[in-house]
Ligand binder design. Structure first.
Ligand SMILES: Cc1ncc(COP(=O)(O)O)c(C=O)c1O
Length: 298
């Protein structure tokens, strides 16, 4: 991954309907999205020239905006096309795509119904979320004190910027202690997810994943549920306690960025990267490549 700061790069960013130079894609410091966290975003991956599950991501972006009472003034087709064009114009063939929608500067205050919803799309190269040697033996998760809030406390099903405040706090704490990521419990004390990915556990050949009733129901999560079942695995969505999780034979996380990543340790308990995880890692990779061979845009 390049170490260039994200505001000082070559290339173009799609900004409210047109491509502009990367360095000019700015918002004013008096902006509702910045002050009050009124922004929603997506994280997508392009594999060999095609964005995986593009339509699902765009649909979720619009749904997230709706949860926050924001109206995106483009059609989903226009955003799909713009995501693809952003990759082409920046010469990205394998990379990450980041659409974001936010309330602008037209009004300042808690109530901001008259703000315009702006949309931007940036893309960059991003080979692997965790270094290959760490991925291979599994990453280490530290249990954080921060809990996923109840659905009546926050718009938990939106991919909303404001909800990531606790994820960043938790991840910083984990990294300071030498862990790669965090394990978050929900407000009831059940296993929820990591800072940017959903979690799965394998016990006696059966796969379990927490019921997505207070956290993001990931697009990769849904893909893995379907994939595992189509491969003949028994997979159930259940509530998982921290004690039950530690008794698992294998644990892995899923997300657009992390893809399928094995867990090698949770706090002081170690896990090996087992056959089910390896199988799903490889089958997920096959799926993204098979998908990339289908035509997306003319
Ligand atoms: C908090 C959180 N949970 C889960 C996920 C996984 O979602 P997806 O598979 O749609 O990328 C993400 C990534 O977007 C995330 O940020």
């Amino acid at each position: 991954m390049s170490l260039l700061p994200y505001d000082d790069r070559d290339g173009v960013i799609w900004f409210d309907g047109a491509f502009i130079p990367w360095r000019d894609a700015k918002v004013h410091v008096i902006c509702h999205g910045l002050h009050y966290g009124s922004a929603v975003f997506e994280g997508e991956r392009m594999y060999a020239g095609k964005i995986f599950k593009l339509e699902e991501h765009t649909e979720r972006l619009f749904k997230s905006a709706e949860y926050l009472g924001m109206k995106i003034e483009f059609s989903q087709d226009e955003i799909n096309q713009a995501c693809h064009d952003a990759c082409v114009k920046n010469g990205i063939v394998n990379g990450y795509v980041r659409p974001i929608a936010w309330r602008g500067s037209e009004e300042m205050g808690i109530s901001a119904k008259r703000t315009k919803t702006h949309v931007a799309i940036a893309t960059w190269e991003w080979p692997s979320y965790f270094p290959a040697e760490i991925r291979e033996k599994g990453i280490a998760l530290k249990t954080t004190k921060w809990k996923k809030p109840a659905p009546e406390t926050a718009p938990v099903f939106a991919k909303a910027s404001g909800l990531y405040m606790i994820n960043t706090l938790a991840k910083h704490e984990a990294e300071d202690e030498g862990f790669q990521d965090v394990l978050m419990h929900d407000y009831r004390g059940y296993i929820a997810e990591s800072s940017g990915a959903n979690i799965f556990a394998v016990k006696d050949g059966k796969i379990h994943t927490p019921i997505a009733d207070c956290f993001l129901n990931g697009i990769t999560r849904a893909t893995i549920v379907d994939l595992a079942r189509s491969l003949g695995y028994t997979l159930e969505e259940v509530r998982i306690t921290p004690e039950e999780l530690l008794k698992s034979d294998e644990i892995f996380i899923t997300g657009t960025a992390v893809e399928v990543t094995p867990i090698g340790r949770i706090d002081q308990t170690t896990f090996s990267v087992g056959p089910v995880t390896k199988d799903l890692m490889s089958k997920y990779s096959d799926l993204t490549l098979a998908h990339s061979r289908e035509k997306q845009f003319a």
